[in-house]
Design a protein around this ligand. Structure first.
Ligand code: HEC
Length: 53
């Protein structure tokens, strides 16, 4: 893949393989509102580009 993407692939492993997504692990309930925070997934895998945010 380095041939097609160039040197930028070297530093950003986590952006593709551990993208940030909404979590159910840390949930805050304030009044009637449920707030879920966003954090990096720890499930390292190949994510489809559409899943990246
Ligand atoms: C631009 C997004 C992107 C970046 C940055 C990236 N990867 Fe990947 N990676 C992919 C994709 C997409 C595939 C699947 C490629 C394919 O199947 O042809 C892949 C495949 C892999 C695989 C093989 C997985 C398998 O099941 O065979 C490994 C290991 C891997 N990457 C590690 C890394 C490491 C280590 C880095 C950082 C140096 C990195 N990747 C950076 C998107 C990325």
């Amino acid at each position: 893949m380095e041939k097609t993407m160039g040197p930028s692939i070297k530093g950003n492993c986590i952006d593709c393989h551990m993208p940030i997504e909404q979590t159910n692990a840390i949930v805050s309930e304030t009044g009637n509102q449920v707030i879920r925070t966003r954090m990096r997934t720890h499930w390292i895998k190949v994510y489809a580009p559409a899943e990246q945010q």
